[in-house]
Design a protein around this ligand. Structure first.
Ligand SMILES: [Fe+2]
Ligand SMILES: [Fe+2]
Length: 166
């Protein structure tokens, strides 16, 4: 495949991933404003953009490996976000005194560490035939196994903010 197409796939993957997240946020806002049907449409389009993003990623060279390789890649990405990427972003936001952003970036950094830990555990769980349920904090993205905590250990959100993801 010519180089340009590979770049275009990467561009389209990033754009569609963003559109999916943006439409999901629009859906939540519509829900809050009482526009249930519009929220449904935003969610449907968000899901469709995810289909596009996944399709492009699968067409890109070397992006999807075996599940063992993908676990390792996912683990390394979380570590990189925790150790290299978020610390820089936190520093920039702190320098500009953007307290809300510092908080969001800091909580995400802590959560990425937890994600890395879960990936590491999953490799051992596979061998031990252990199959935990995962609950995700809808405020900060922290994940717990088997049950939602009374309060999120990273952001303090209450139990009701956790969603079971299957
Ligand atoms: Fe993560
Ligand atoms: Fe949280």
């Amino acid at each position: 495949m010519p180089e340009k197409t590979e770049k275009d796939l990467a561009y389209a993957f990033a754009a569609e991933s963003k559109a999916a997240a943006r439409n999901d946020a629009f859906a939540r806002k519509a829900e809050l404003d009482g526009y249930t049907q519009i929220a449904r449409l935003f969610r449907a389009v968000s899901n469709a953009e995810s289909v596009h993003a996944r399709r492009y990623l699968m067409l890109m060279r070397g992006k999807i490996g075996t599940t063992e390789e993908n676990l390792e890649t996912a683990f390394q990405n979380e570590i990189k976000a925790n150790v290299e990427e978020y610390p820089k972003l936190i520093k920039d936001a702190a320098q500009e005194d953007k307290k809300g952003v510092v908080k969001a970036f800091s909580q995400s950094r802590d959560v990425e560490d937890r994600h890395a830990e879960l990936y590491k555990k999953a490799m051992n769980d596979m061998l031990a035939d252990r199959e935990p349920d995962y609950y995700v904090c809808q405020v900060c993205g922290y994940i717990t196994e088997d049950e939602a905590p009374d309060n999120c250990p990273v952001c303090g959100a209450v139990k009701a903010k956790f969603t079971l993801v299957n």
